[in-house]
Design a protein around this ligand. Structure first.
Ligand code: ATP
Ligand code: MG
Length: 382
């Protein structure tokens, strides 16, 4: 079996492979790029595995005149940049010791050994520079059946790195088949070992959770997370009930997935602080959680939040409160977003100044909003 993909034939890819193979080393594509190529899904980054040691990769890149960055040198990864294209080159390795978070690694020259330290069979597929698939663990049938299955013993894999619990649900959300449900052995191991999640850094957990929630339909996987007790480890107080209705509404109105919108649907009283969201994400989440609970109209939401965030509030209300969406909401959002408050501070001066000016301006704006944004400047000032 061979994969045929534009990124394999790209001169940059072939050049970086040749840099290794010409010196007598192996170069094998691995991980997401092989998995996604086989699923005809988009490939975002190209990971290459090799038997060359990291220092040797660095030296070869230097010799060839490519920029090489020791991005993860203690676990064997060097990023080589060819013509602005980054390639993550990682030396074959096997884990020798773990504390559930950080693996101590030893290098190997055997790709089959390298395969065993990975998480799921579908993530342990390799391809040669000519696209020929190498499948040391029999991951191909699992991939083609869209089965996310831990390599060897699920419990043992999880104890090596508890993040794999979240990755199990994430990869199922993206690549699994919902009719088949999650792999029973994997699910049972995730449930039994969910307590180990608290040993992970909040950054890793937050990043995984966002990737999960950005899947086309994360609802079945998230429901399984809730049922197995994993979700409360991450987001105490979360409730997944509204997620499936939200995803349905998104589909109905052609709205692209958004991890923060989905998070707002399941967070309940949780402010998501434990997910280490960026400042913008946290602000977006707080805004959605606030406005969902107000009675403001689509017109007001459009004016206050803009069309996009306003739309998210409308969809979230529909999902959370099980309400039909208000008639004409899309037009109202657009009207509100385009509306401009007709009164300026200068209109109230010098009669008002300082704090009183701000308060009066706000009072008039509230009146204008209450009028459905229709009162004119003259009416508001009269
Ligand atoms: P994507 O890049 O689309 O998120 P990916 O499978 O490439 O998916 P990466 O996080 O880039 O995911 O990791 C590349 C590969 O490294 C994975 O396919 C897997 O084989 C291995 N890997 C990554 N993280 C882990 C982990 N926590 N435990 C075991 N193997 C892992
Ligand atoms: Mg990747």
């Amino acid at each position: 079996m061979r994969i045929i993909e534009p990124w394999i034939d790209a001169p940059e890819t072939q050049t970086v492979c040749r840099m290794l193979t010409a010196a007598g080393w192996q170069a094998l594509f691995v991980g997401g790029c092989v998995r996604n190529a086989l699923l005809a899904a988009p490939v975002s980054d190209i990971d290459i595995a090799t038997d060359a040691l990291p220092e040797q990769v660095m030296a070869l890149a230097k010799q060839a005149g490519f920029h090489a960055i020791p991005t993860g040198i203690d676990h064997g990864t060097v990023t080589v940049v060819v013509n602005h294209h980054p390639f993550e080159i990682t030396t074959f390795r096997h884990d020798v010791e773990t504390d559930g978070r950080r693996a101590v690694v030893a290098y190997t020259t055997d790709p089959a050994e390298d395969a065993h330290r990975r998480d799921f069979t579908m993530n342990a597929l390799y391809a040669r520079p000519d696209g020929k698939i190498i499948d040391p663990l029999g991951g191909l049938p699992d991939l083609l059946a869209r089965r996310v299955r831990f390599i060897d013993d699920a419990g043992a894999r999880i104890r090596e790195d508890y993040l794999r619990i979240l990755r199990f649900f994430r990869f199922h959300a993206w690549y699994g088949r919902d009719e088949d449900g999650l792999d029973a052995e994997g699910l049972a191991a995730c449930a039994a070992l969910s307590g180990g999640i608290e040993t992970l850094s909040k950054e890793r957990v937050g990043a995984e959770m966002k990737k999960l929630l950005a899947a086309p339909d994360p609802a079945p996987s998230t429901a399984a997370m809730a049922q197995s007790g994993v979700l409360t480890q991450i987001l105490p107080g979360a409730d997944v009930k509204a997620l499936a209705p939200l995803v349905h509404l998104e589909g109905e109105h052609n709205v692209a997935p958004s991890a923060i919108r989905r998070l707002a649907a399941i967070a309940g009283a949780n402010d998501g602080i434990d997910l280490r969201l960026s400042r913008d994400e946290a602000r977006g989440l707080a805004q959605l959680r606030h406005w969902v609970g107000t009675g403001d109209t689509a017109l007001t939401l459009g004016y206050r939040l803009g069309a996009e965030a306003g739309r998210d509030v409308i969809l979230l209300r529909g999902a959370l409160l099980e309400m039909p969406l208000p008639g004409g909401w899309q037009g109202d959002l657009a009207t509100g977003a385009a509306a401009e408050f007709p009164v300026k501070a200068a209109d109230l001066m010098p009669a008002f100044s300082g704090a009183a000016l701000g308060a009066e301006l706000k009072r008039i704006e509230d009146r204008w909003i209450a009028s459905g944004l229709v009162l004119t400047r003259a009416e508001l000032l009269g």
